[in-house]
Design a protein around this ligand. Structure first.
Ligand SMILES: [Zn+2]
Length: 403
């Protein structure tokens, strides 16, 4: 996340559009900005540590009083943060109650010459982490999440859950082998994607005799989304390209491709779909929210793909803000997990502009990490793109019909 923050700031500076700061390319960075308060700056001194537990991860905020970047070491059963040049306000040890990952957190002056303050998280199982220094805010933020590939599990966990000890399998990206890897993945992806629902979709598509974005309504009664208005928002566009994936694909292009497939699926089920863009166009976030509100949509869904400067991080995240959007987020998210079978990084509540300023249930989907060496390859497959679109449409359908 540290690198992610700087890269996003680079984009923001070059484009100079303040609204860009709210785009979910920098989801994690933005998430951190939301928890910031105005503390006065002083010399680095570690103060309060706040841990906010979520189902699949923890958000940790450490007050440091001034800008400082810790050196972080992840051992099997401990996550150690060394703050060089910092002091500790008061040594402490805090047991963390009802947390699946963190048992306790300790803070002490590790050494006085050189001056090093140390924070140690005692862990219950293998974790991954992202860290970020909030410049000018005197805080360091840490996201600690489950690492399913990790071998470490504490003997007796509180919930009795024992993760099988499978050695982490690391595939190192190798350009000379990428074509072969891509071919194998594509085959693998395509063999597991097309299901009976796809067959049904094809049938419906034949019946409605329509092309992408051009609906010709001939079938009415059997369509489950008849009468529903859905705004599909392909994230980014124009001079805001979003993230760069492997092989030079911009996120804005992938978002648009998947959004077209999504519109296609939804229209095949009778929905009226409005896309916020159908070309390489940049809309402001306010324009997008106004558009969805004016359309009086039943559902707003923004399509994005995640990125981070770590090719090992992968998985599906779905964001909502209003309470009315939570089950929509869960329906889409659960459907994506079944469909594309990527790691579950959770349904997350976050005040991103569009889902904060739209009146209807709305979500931002981040089905995969385009910077992950494997997911970044899979997403180039049209079948995989269609599977994502299909899963989102099925989630929307479940939400609208279950209401
Ligand atoms: Zn994005």
């Amino acid at each position: 996340m540290g690198n992610k923050v700087s890269r996003d700031q680079g984009f923001k500076a070059s484009r100079g559009n303040p609204l860009d700061a709210l785009m979910p390319r920098c989801l994690s960075a933005l998430a951190l900005l939301l928890v910031v308060s105005n503390s006065s700056l002083a010399t680095p001194m570690l103060g309060k540590i706040n841990i906010e537990k979520h189902k699949y991860y923890d958000n940790v905020v450490i007050e440091t009083g001034d800008e400082i970047e810790p050196k972080i070491m992840l051992l099997d059963n401990r996550l150690v943060l060394d703050f060089k040049g910092a002091t500790v306000e008061k040594p402490s040890k805090q047991e963390v109650q009802n947390n699946p990952r963190i048992e306790s957190v300790r803070m002490a002056q590790f050494s006085s010459d050189p001056l090093i303050a140390r924070v140690v998280f005692d862990l219950k199982k293998g974790v991954k982490y992202d860290s970020s220094t909030l410049y000018g805010k005197g805080k360091v933020c840490l996201e600690i999440s489950d690492d399913k590939k990790a071998t470490f599990v504490k003997a007796a966990t509180t919930d009795g859950e024992i993760t099988p000890k499978i050695p982490a399998k690391v595939i190192v990206p190798d350009n000379s082998k990428e074509a072969e890897l891509y071919r194998q993945l594509k085959q693998h992806v395509e063999s597991r994607m097309i299901s009976s629902e796809e067959a049904l979709y094809r049938k419906l598509k034949t019946v409605t005799k329509k092309k992408l974005g051009k609906s010709k309504k001939t079938v009415a009664k059997t369509l489950s989304l008849e009468g529903k208005i859905i705004v599909v928002d392909p994230g980014h566009g124009g001079d805001d390209p979003g993230a760069m994936g492997p092989a030079g694909i911009w996120e804005k292009e992938l978002n648009l491709k998947v959004a077209f497939f999504l519109a296609d699926y939804l229209e095949a089920k009778g929905a009226k779909v409005y896309m916020t863009r159908k070309t390489d166009l940049h809309n402001s976030l306010k324009q997008i929210a106004d558009f969805a509100n004016n359309a009086k949509a039943d559902v707003y869904v923004a399509v994005h793909f995640n990125s981070i400067d770590n090719s090992n991080i992968c998985g599906t995240e779905t964001y909502y803000y209003n309470d009315q959007s939570r089950s929509l987020a869960e329906d889409i998210h659960n459907r994506l997990l079944i469909g594309i079978k990527c790691p579950d990084r959770g349904v997350r509540k976050m005040a991103f502009y569009t889902i904060h300023h739209t009146n209807m249930p709305g979500v931002i989907v981040e089905p995969i990490y385009m910077t992950h060496f494997q997911e970044g390859i899979m997403i180039r497959s049209k079948t995989f793109q269609k599977e994502i679109a299909r899963d989102i449409s099925l989630g929307i359908e479940k939400f609208l019909n279950g209401k």
